[in-house]
Design a binder for this molecule. Structure first.
Ligand SMILES: NC(=O)c1ccc[n+]([C@@H]2O[C@H](COP(=O)([O-])OP(=O)(O)OC[C@H]3O[C@@H](n4cnc5c(N)ncnc54)[C@H](OP(=O)(O)O)[C@@H]3O)[C@@H](O)[C@H]2O)c1
Length: 259
């Protein structure tokens, strides 16, 4: 693994947070293949066991560097931000992809009120809302200031309050709603000092990853995207954003997701 990336400030610099697998890994792969000029800082919480990411970094040693970052460990966010500041330069794009819906320790989306627990809610909020905001806290000062720069947080349509007709999934829904509010609030603050900065939420659609696998059996397979297609679609949305879009949540097709 290289210690730092090729030093060419003209090459766009993108940080993908949550890049070990799923959509985050697909972002790294797509960026490298689609934009031969781009350099990617890929962060994940367990670099040594992220085999696919490691092999991508080994194939493109001057364009992909892997750093450890767990959104629930503030020190790891701070350390990676120090590394970027000292070794890589200003970021063009920051993508917060990490998210949690279920885990191996028994976390599962609540079907009813009696399934709710403080411990589960805390987990959802840490990974899906507090984490992306803390990452923005440490990395916003490292974004390009006088040029276009984008902070994109992976949200979910189920975080839309107006669109909630089915209920359930208290923690996941509310943590994505909170993330949307953080994104909006951040966009207002950033507009004062970084007029070219765009802060948005992104809904990827239903994507065939570990996150959705258990819950997508009732969805028409034609409406389930591969991670590669999801990354491609979301990067096209990012490419088309202007500062007037800041603070909104966009779906994979470029439409605005209602609050
Ligand atoms: N898939 C869908 O259908 C869908 C739909 C709507 C929204 N989304 C959103 O899209 C984003 C990506 O989802 P995905 O489908 O790619 O999920 P995934 O395949 O389950 O991947 C989740 C990623 O989050 C990382 N992660 C979890 N906890 C973390 C922590 N504490 N610190 C840092 N990273 C952490 C995981 O790392 P480890 O490998 O270390 O566990 C993994 O890289 C999420 O925000 C999700 O809510 C997905």
């Amino acid at each position: 693994m290289t210690e730092s990336l090729q030093k060419d400030q003209k090459m766009p610099l993108v940080l993908v947070q949550g890049a070990s697998r799923g959509i985050g890994l697909a972002f790294v792969r797509t960026l490298i293949k689609r934009d031969p000029q781009s350099r990617v800082i890929a962060t994940c919480r367990a670099p040594d066991s992220s085999d696919e990411l490691q092999s991508l970094a080994a194939s493109y040693p001057e364009r992909v560097v892997i750093k450890r970052l767990d959104v629930t460990e503030v020190d790891s966010i701070a350390l990676t931000s120090e590394y970027v500041q000292q070794h890589e330069g200003a970021l063009d794009v920051l993508i917060n992809s990490a998210g949690i819906l279920h885990d191996a320790d028994g976390l599962s989306p609540e079907k009813r009120l009696q399934d709710v627990s403080a411990e589960k809610l805390e987990k959802y909020f840490w990974v899906n809302s507090i984490g992306p905001l803390l990452v923005a806290k440490y990395f916003a000062p490292l974004m390009k200031k006088r040029k276009r720069a984008v902070i994109a947080n992976l949200s979910a349509r189920v975080g839309s309050i107006g669109d909630n007709r089915l209920g359930g999934w208290y923690g996941y829904r509310a943590s994505k709603s909170a993330q949307n509010m953080f994104t909006r609030t951040l966009s207002i603050e950033m507009a004062r000092t970084h007029p070219e900065m765009i802060c948005v939420g992104l809904h990827p659609g239903t994507v065939a990853t570990g996150l959705s696998q258990r819950f997508s059996s009732r969805i028409n397979p034609e409406q389930i995207f591969s991670p590669a297609l999801a990354a491609e679609q979301l990067l096209a949305v990012i490419d088309g954003l202007t500062p007037s879009d800041s603070g909104k949540v966009f779906a994979y097709d470029g439409s605005v997701v209602p609050w």
